[in-house]
Design a protein around this ligand. Structure first.
Ligand code: NAP
Length: 310
């Protein structure tokens, strides 16, 4: 059993920022991450709205954060999955598939996972042409026609990235307009190898060993057609990774996002949450960083009870 001041679960933008501030404040801090450190920022083709970086690949920005965090002395355990939490009471216990740890405070920064479409063929062809990460899988489709589904910022950034990597991008969105930033939509309009179909839904992914077509529905005219594509990039939002926290008594809202106050406090004393797993209405790298910082400083105040916070 290892004892820590603070355990942060998740090494994305929120968790890493919390780690930097916690360690610099003097807390003995452990971050536990089930994948590799960096979080979903790593999957962003390009980030153009994180202050100080007019244009940076998501992977590079994420790795800068990881390096910075390690440099401050945070211990990061990668590829370690948290299986249970005990968060009531003064001493918190974090159980993973490798061991058990205790801490005086815990920050939950477990982020979110990609939402699925739920159409026939999606599960069957996952990894065989159906992808949720344009940066990871786009380069496999050089010169090919691919489909992007979704109408938010994720879909827009994926369209832009893929337009520079594959032959042709067809984008479909179920509504009459995207909800992505205007700057992104202007860039998309300037791309000659991008076609956007609005009021269009994907009904099925088809193929043999690999994806080779999709069935599309024009939800205005009611017409259905098939389109030859080599890949389908699903970019339809995300759902929070809050299950383990929920099972430990942390309150979530009706969509499963952890409820926090302006200090990132959850309903349990000494338990904080930050980033995409929370019910904060804005999901950006910058807001995740800010939430992580607030959570770390509040955890510090909770543990050390400094005179200026009494
Ligand atoms: P999002 O903003 O929630 O948008 C999801 C899109 O997918 C919506 O257009 C939605 O359609 C559509 N959709 C949802 N379920 C669908 C389904 N079953 N079939 C077809 N379409 C479906 O999600 P996101 O784009 O992944 O972004 C998540 C958060 O991260 C947002 O807060 C976003 O601003 C942020 N983000 C920011 C950036 C950036 O600033 N550059 C980049 C990426 C993500 P409706 O419009 O009909 O609901």
């Amino acid at each position: 059993m290892e004892n820590w001041d603070l355990i942060i679960i998740g090494a994305g933008a929120a968790g890493l920022s919390a780690g930097i501030y916690a360690t610099r404040s003097g807390l003995k801090t452990l971050i536990i991450e089930e994948k590799l450190a960096g979080g979903t920022t790593s999957d962003a083709p390009v980030v153009e709205n994180y202050p100080g970086f007019a244009h940076i690949a998501g992977g590079e920005l994420a790795q800068n954060m990881v390096l910075h965090c390690r440099k401050t002395g945070v211990t990061i355990h990668e590829l370690e999955t948290v299986s249970a939490l005990k968060l009531d009471g003064e001493e918190k216990t974090v159980t993973t598939h490798k061991g058990e740890y205790t801490a005086k405070a815990v920050i939950i920064a477990t982020g979110s996972h990609y939402r699925e479409l739920g159409v026939p063929g999606e599960k069957e062809f996952r990894g065989k042409g159906v992808s949720y990460c344009a940066v990871c899988d786009g380069p496999f489709f050089k010169g090919k026609r691919v489909l992007v589904v979704g109408g938010g910022n994720s879909a827009a950034t994926a369209i832009l990235y893929l337009s520079g990597v594959v032959g042709e991008v067809v984008a479909v969105h179920r509504r009459h307009a995207f909800r992505a930033e205007e700057a992104l939509m202007k860039d998309i309009a300037s791309k000659t190898n991008v076609q956007v179909f609005l009021n269009t839904e994907i009904k099925e992914v088809k193929g043999e060993k690999l994806v080779n077509k999709v069935v599309l529905l024009d939800n205005k005219s009611g017409e259905t057609r098939e389109l030859d594509v080599s890949a389908v990039f699903v970019q339809v939002g995300e759902d929070p990774n809050s299950q383990i926290a929920r099972e430990a008594g942390v309150e979530v809202n009706e969509h499963g996002y952890i409820k926090i106050d302006i200090y990132q406090k959850t309903n349990l004393p000494g338990v904080y949450a930050a980033g995409d797993v929370t019910n904060h209405p804005v999901k950006q790298v910058g807001t995740a960083v800010g939430q992580g910082i607030t959570a770390a400083l509040e955890a510090y105040a909770y543990i050390k009870q400094p005179y200026y916070r009494k």
